[in-house]
Every structure is written in structure tokens, then in C-alpha cells.
Ligand binder design. Structure first.
Ligand SMILES: [Zn+2]
Length: 323
């Protein structure tokens, strides 16, 4: 991708009032947003539709992922005018164009290190700035380099203006979706083995043959009625019991969640619970051993913990039956 002046106006400039830091080259581009249902399209100024970037609500897995995208947007940066030279002082963050071949200008953030002032001239009634701005590029291929710039190649970053309404709505939709389903939290530092946690906290069905037997399994009989539900699960090859579920969690949410993270098609059910219980149990049903292993790997992955929307760690997974 390449870009000309981000403020060039081949379409009404008001349409391109958002800056987006591209995922492909980390440069800033002027974009306009189109929101169609749960799909956000970014259209790049002076580029064809083939270059559009498309984001869909359903593809976001974590809030962190959403925040990383949100950080790539900001209001359009304003081109500095010659008579605004005094605004550019040491420490100010600017958006600077940088050319790699004399014509391919791309925009990156830079911090002003110093300004070499020259007396401004006035030609044809307009003020002309001939100062040199020494900036340190902050990202892109020349990150960390000192570069001399003239005022035409600098834009002032608008840090505090409101974001585009389409973008705001899209971000809100993603947040709501993520908050209404179980989510995977990155937990690389304090990861605990799901199986280890299971072994410490498990409550196993007394009458059910478990393939993964925790050490204290024989002592537990809290849910001896779970075996009753085996028949309701329809003769599938394996059944995982899951614990600590929110009582209003729907089976379809579990199915959708597992599918979105593992591509596995499963069946699920949420068991009724006593009104005095704060949470409930459920089951995930799989149709073959290969899928069982894939699901086990996902559930036991040490890089994340699965949380309910009310913040409980969903777990206590075990194989109830291998039929
Ligand atoms: Zn100047």
C-alpha cells in the first residue's frame, strides 16, 4: 500500500475523517467507515475497494484484541500550516510523511527533537515557513531514526477529539458480545493447568465411569445424580462435564463458544440447579475420540483460563463417558 497526502480530497474530506494505523505496514491512512450490521469496512482514501479492511464482531475473541484494534484509530491529523510553525516545539508528537522512493509517501508518528528556525518570508500575501524540524520517527521502517522535515510534511495529531460514530458503535457491539459469552483470558504469567485445577476441585459423579480420575474422586458424591443425565445426551461417544457455569448460560452459547475457539461442532446442555446454588453444571458432548483430544487440549491449555461472564472460572472438565 502507498498513500499520497492523507488530506487530498478526491471525495468529500468529511468522509475520510478517521486515521487508521494499518496492520500491514504500520503506517497511518485516512479512512472512512461503513458499518453494515456487525461488519465494519474501512475504505482508504485514494485506494480502490480491493484495499478495504473488513472487521466483523464475531471474529474478536478477547477484549485485549479489541483494545489493540481500538488503539489503531484516531481522528484525522490536521496538516500544519506555515503560520502554525510556532506550535511545533520539542517533545510534540506529529504525524510525519516519509518517502522511501521519492513518491511513495507514508505517514508515521514522530516526536519533535529540535527546530532550526529561519525567518519566515511573505510571498503573494502568504506566510512561508522555511524552518527545519528534526524529528525522531516512532514506528515504521525508520523507527528510532532522526529525520529532517519541513512543515509541509507534518500534521498535528488530534488526540482528544471524539472517535467516529460508526467505529464507536462497532466497538460497543464487540464489547457487548464478549461480555455476554464465556471468554478466554490470556494468562501466560500465572497459568494454572486446567487439569491440575480440576484435580484439586473436582466433584465427580459417583456412579459414572471417569477416564480422567482425579485423586480425590472416590470421596466425592456431591453430584451423584449426574449419571441420570447420561441418557439425555443421546448415545454420543464422549461427554465432558463442566462446572461453575452461570445459571442463565444457554447451551447454544457453549456450542458457539467452543466452535469459535476450536472449530469443533459439539452438543451442550446446562443442568437444572437448586435455587440455593450460585452456579450450575453442564455437559459438552462430542462424537469422536479425535475431537475429544482437540477439546481437551483447548480446555487444558495453560495460556488461558475460561471465565464466565460473571467472572467465575469455568472448569472441572472430565470425561464422563466413552461410549
Ligand atoms: Zn517556521
Amino acid at each position: 500500500m502507498s498513500v499520497a497526502n492523507p488530506n487530498a480530497a478526491s471525495v468529500p474530506p468529511s468522509d475520510y475523517d478517521v486515521e487508521f494505523r494499518s496492520l500491514s505496514d504500520d503506517a497511518w491512512y485516512s479512512v472512512c467507515t461503513v458499518l453494515d450490521g456487525e461488519k465494519l469496512t474501512l475504505k482508504y482514501q485514494n485506494f480502490s475497494d480491493d484495499d478495504d479492511s473488513i472487521f466483523e464482531v464475531k471474529n474478536f475473541k478477547t477484549l485485549e484484541e479489541l483494545e489493540r484494534l481500538e488503539d489503531r484509530f484516531r481522528p484525522i491529523s490536521a496538516q500544519l500550516q506555515d503560520n502554525e510553525c510556532h506550535k511545533v516545539v520539542g517533545g510534540v508528537v506529529v504525524c510525519a510523511s516519509h518517502s522511501f522512493d521519492g513518491s511513495d509517501n507514508r505517514f508515521y508518528d514522530a516526536v519533535v527533537d529540535d527546530v532550526v528556525h529561519k525567518e519566515h518570508s511573505f510571498e503573494q500575501g502568504g506566510e512561508m515557513c522555511s524552518c527545519t524540524f528534526i524529528v525522531i520517527m516512532q514506528h515504521g521502517p525508520v523507527a528510532g531514526c532522526f529525520v529532517n522535515k519541513t512543515i509541509e510534511s507534518l500534521c498535528l495529531v488530534q488526540s482528544y477529539a471524539c472517535l467516529d460514530p460508526n467505529l464507536q458503535l462497532f466497538l460497543k457491539m464487540v464489547k457487548e458480545r464478549l461480555q455476554n459469552e464465556p471468554c478466554v483470558l490470556e494468562n501466560k504469567k500465572s497459568a494454572t493447568s486446567f487439569t491440575k485445577w480440576l484435580n484439586q476441585n473436582t466433584k465427580c459423579a459417583k456412579q459414572s465411569p471417569c477416564k480422567k480420575r482425579p485423586p480425590d474422586e472416590a470421596k466425592s458424591n456431591d453430584h451423584s445424580d449426574w449419571s441420570r443425565d447420561d441418557n439425555d445426551l443421546g448415545g454420543c461417544s464422549s461427554v465432558f462435564l463442566i462446572d461453575n457455569l452461570d445459571k442463565d448460560l444457554s447451551p447454544s452459547t457453549i456450542v458457539e463458544f467452543i466452535h469459535s475457539r476450536t472449530s469443533l461442532s459439539v452438543q451442550a446442555c446446562v443442568f437444572p440447579s437448586m435455587s440455593s446454588e450460585m452456579y450450575t453444571q453442564g455437559a459438552i458432548v462430542l462424537n469422536c475420540r479425535k475431537n475429544l483430544e482437540k477439546l481437551s487440549k483447548f480446555l487444558d491449555c495453560q495460556d488461558h483460563i475460561i471465565m464466565s461472564k460473571r467472572g467465575r472460572r469455568i472448569g472441572s472438565i472430565k470425561v464422563l463417558a466413552m461410549l
